[in-house]
Design a protein around this ligand. Sequence first.
Ligand SMILES: [Zn+2]
Length: 498
Amino acid sequence: MAVAEAETRVREGVEYEPVIGLEVHVQVQTESKMFCACPARYANAEPNTVVCPICLGMPGVLPVMNQRAVEYTILTALALNCEIPEFSKFDRKNYNYPDLMKGYQITQFDLPFSRDGWIQIVDPTDPTQTRRLGVTRVHLEEDTANLKHIRGAAGETYSLMDCNRAGSALMEVVGEPDIRSAEEAGAYLRQLRSIVRYIGVSTGNMDEGAMRCDANVSIRPAGETALGAKVEVKNMNSFRAVERAIGFEIERQKNLLREGGRIVQETRGWVEERGVTVSQRSKEEAHDYRYFPEPDLPPLFIDRPWVDEIRSRLPELPEPKRLRFITQYELSPKDAATLTGSRSLADFYEATINTGAPPRAVANWVLRDVLRLLGSQSIESSKLTPEHLAGLIQLIDSGQLSVRSAPEVLEESFTTGAAPAVIVQEKGLAQVSDTAALEAVVDRVLAAEQSAKAIADYRSGKPSAAGFLVGAVMKETRGKANPGLVNQLLRQKLDASG
Ligand SMILES: [Zn+2]
């Protein structure tokens, strides 16, 4: 990465392009913390109850490395197309802040577990195209304690500290400054979350802090390769916040230059309620942290068979799966992206197709009705099975269930887990495809006074007038009539007696 200029100054008549790189911290879902035996799942625990002398940073204690955390980091790095060097080590990053009890963080500095990877995203400006965005490295470190800033009833302010999070395993995914818009940043982040969820190393939930993102944002004259003065934006707690904050920051920097100002290297915080970034402090340089090798942990030799074994655990990842869905099931890029956004939804889709159901129809039902019923829940939490969705589609295709009644049957199956055929029977929703029964209804509708105008219109050469009559028959049968058959019967009678 090129060294940033200390400031970016305005130039007349020049277009500016944004240059964005993300630093994403991802909590690793291990059983125990990074260097001690404390449980790493402390979400529902009382503050400061999931701690021990090691993660509290007491003098004289020794850290013990969590092998699973190392494996998960390498697995993530492989999923992000990184190289895994044979030699790696941990370092101490020294700084003073209340959430870091021992005054240093164990992290990785010059010899991380991985480097030189990339994430492929769908180009937000053209969904038929993709973009590869560089990943500098994925490394492993320990998380800090959690500070809660309180304003009391009398207006007094104070901070409370919860050490449960301290010492948990945390990956940092450092991105290259390849991102060119707020939308691309959002796509990168969503793709990263999808990947860590696919491989099961993290929940990736931003609202719970399992995924935290800082953004480095600068602008430069289009076509230039040197980087402008870099502003680090922090305090964004959702995908939407990341996109809004970056969008704001790009405009702020452009306006500043247009007004003859200059951009200085600094850290700014996103203020959600006001939709702005505000200056927090001038940026520290790396040497301020006085990194040195962690003396209490041995360096790591990562042998190739181990890397190969970890690589063999990789499932088909979201992007290859999306591309496969497009060709194999003839889906649009957007539909394929939605269906492969979560591994369980993609599995559900394919399991439904594997029962013999037509891919296009299954996609339509999943993308429209199933996703609406799910809301923010995952497919595993519903009682709908692939067999039942396929059964629903089969009932429609065979004429036993009308498209109009089908959503009601789906919802019932989704909530209760009952088979669509059983629901149709119990609720009396079977489609009426009995010609004799429908003929009687059609005759009634044609004889009714309010049909006279539509009949006259139809016979005077307006075939669309038949729609009113079809609607009347459907209403009479409470939506259970087979619309194709109704149409056919109506036209037969109208044409014959006309
Ligand atoms: Zn501990």
